[in-house]
Design a protein around this ligand. Sequence first.
Ligand SMILES: NC(=O)c1ccc[n+]([C@@H]2O[C@H](COP(=O)([O-])OP(=O)(O)OC[C@H]3O[C@@H](n4cnc5c(N)ncnc54)[C@H](OP(=O)(O)O)[C@@H]3O)[C@@H](O)[C@H]2O)c1
Length: 279
Amino acid sequence: MNKGFTLSNGIVIPEVGFGSYLSTVNAGKENIKMALDAGYRYIDTARFYNNEEEVGEAWTEYGLAREELFLCSKVWPTFLGYEKTKESFEESCRCLKTDYLDMYLIHWPKQNQKDDNWAEKMREGWRALEDLYEEGRIRAIGVSNFLPHHLMELMKTAKIKPMLDQLELHVGYMQEYTLNYLEGEGILPQAWSPLGRGRVLNDTRIEELAVKYGKTNAQILLRFLLDRGIPVIPKASSLERMKQNLNVDGFRLSDEEISYLSSIPEIGWSGEHPDMVDF
Ligand SMILES: NC(=O)c1ccc[n+]([C@@H]2O[C@H](COP(=O)([O-])OP(=O)(O)OC[C@H]3O[C@@H](n4cnc5c(N)ncnc54)[C@H](OP(=O)(O)O)[C@@H]3O)[C@@H](O)[C@H]2O)c1
């Protein structure tokens, strides 16, 4: 059974979710059904992924009761603002065939470097999330790709502190400054691209640990994040890989190994920085 991490409002999120970005490009909704077959009960999606309809069809055709599934989606920065964010949320719910979401995140704090008004739009978007949370339409609210200075702007007017921050986190890109800040604020980090989108999978330092523990390289990368207290949302295309990524219990890395992997100089960064993106 997939264990969980508890958010500041007491909601438990599964430690391993299924990352659906680009996952439906080839197999469509069958890819999501395959993830459900593998045992995933947490699907990470977003308006931007353009696959919410496929996720909605997959889980309903699969025959799950809504409460058996943890569904997370995100509002894209061009839809930040009180009314626009609410409209985007309703569209996500319609596509996902649900009247509530388990978690809803602001996907990125800003559109691009010239987005001078980003803080105001982001704060208004957050106000929409707060209202939807208080109305019971969302069980947990959070952000994604927010660094401490973005969170400081948000918290100038927030009534409710974000419960989670979904960030690029993997061996070779651990964003320690932000992790320290989140810990101090009681905000749970969550790792996107936990396998570095494949870029760190074949590193010989990972391979050595995989041999030692009799696990795959992917399992070592995921175990490392979980041992650091960070839930993960890997994406995979085959049933075998999906199961592998879910089956990461039964061993732990030593403190020395965690320190070693945490200190590997930067490798595998996506190149996407929240203050330098251009959407
Ligand atoms: N909030 C954000 O801004 C943001 C940004 C990016 C991603 N995300 C979320 O995070 C999720 C995961 O990130 P990601 O898709 O970028 O990258 P990832 O999960 O780190 O890596 C996926 C890549 O690793 C391969 N892979 C998966 N399992 C494997 C295994 N056991 N052995 C060998 N290779 C394996 C996959 O290949 P195959 O597919 O060919 O199996 C794919 O090429 C996304 O799907 C999305 O939901 C969020």
